[in-house]
Design a protein around this ligand. Sequence first.
Ligand code: AMP
Length: 400
Amino acid sequence: MKILVINAGSSSMKYQLIDMTDESVLAKGNCERIGIDGHFKHSTGDGRVFETDVTMTNHTEAFVQIKNALISEEYGVIKSLDEVSAVGHRIVQGGSLFSESVIVTEDVIKGIESLIPLAPLHNAAHVQGIRACLEVFGTQVPEVVVFDTAFHSTMPEKAFIYPVPYEYYEKYAVRRYGFHGTSHRYVSGRCAELMGKDIKDIKMVTCHLGNGSSITAVDGGKVVDTSMGLTPLDGIMMGTRTGSLDPSVVTFIAEKEHFTPAEMDTLLNKKSGFLGVSGISSDDRDVTAAAEAGNKRAQLAIDILEYDILKYIGSYTAVLGGIDAIVFTAGIGENQSSHRSNVCHALAYMGVKIDDDLNAQMIRGKEGKISTEDSSVAVYVIPTNEELVIARDTMALVQK
Ligand code: AMP
């Protein structure tokens, strides 16, 4: 069975075609700058690459590019679209409506649309992606939606209710939802496999550290708390996002600078975090290089990040009542061994011990344990694979 995985953004559409017989990626690519000037890149599992500037006025036109590349004589990987058994879509916000993946129906599309106020950029784009796919494939190819929020739906009320007047939860569904759920689900499951234990018996903290970052407490395979909230702005400091703040910082700066809510939103989401503190870049590699060259604000940004990670692991260990494993994943978690090292050495008080050589080697897609045999807590680096989770869920639902 071959499954097409789609991740539609407001001006982009990423895809992977996965052969489920061995879970290999046959082809992947991205339509960028949809509705602007348009750029398309497609690469195949056997190393062929096709790249071009092409105007795509909407998601349906982007989907046509993907279709043509998949069946192209030169860069294709299938003879006809009939070989695609199903399509799986990544959806950012499932709200309280969707606690698991489902097959797309008109009611499901309406449900995703009804959640647009909670994720205006993302959910609106996902609906465009689903509709584009329906136009190109027709209704005979089943579509499945997999939600970033779903894995977090097991959180107890005390973890997801914000202490503002309760009426705003009732009126507007204002609560913690959490994001990156598909990634946290993948790495927590994989961690249990690598430990050779039943996930039901493991208390772990999974750290998804990328341009956007979130940390999750997983008890017996179920999320009990997570750092992102109503939106992906909450939690630890990120590339351009603040993470958690005293809310008064927002009203104070807005008043002083006469910012509108929209301008304040841009400041908090696009101009803060690594970029705002360092003044150099949102990219950890640039900030780390600047810190190594002696830039004090770059070093400060890194210190804040590592401090945030440390605080979350400490508080979630208390929430879990102990901890068996820590997992690092995503761009920074998989590659920046210095952050892992600093955080793990600071956790020595709880018996965390890592092997510095192993840690330094565990980069660029390598998977494995970096803790020593006598560490009380197992520490793993696990490259995330959200597309594979989407493809597996899609296959399971379609076969059912
Ligand atoms: P992501 O959002 O998961 O793609 O992660 C992006 C972040 O990961 C950026 O801050 C990058 O600096 C960092 N990153 C990605 N790849 C590497 C790498 N090979 N080495 C070091 N850092 C990386």
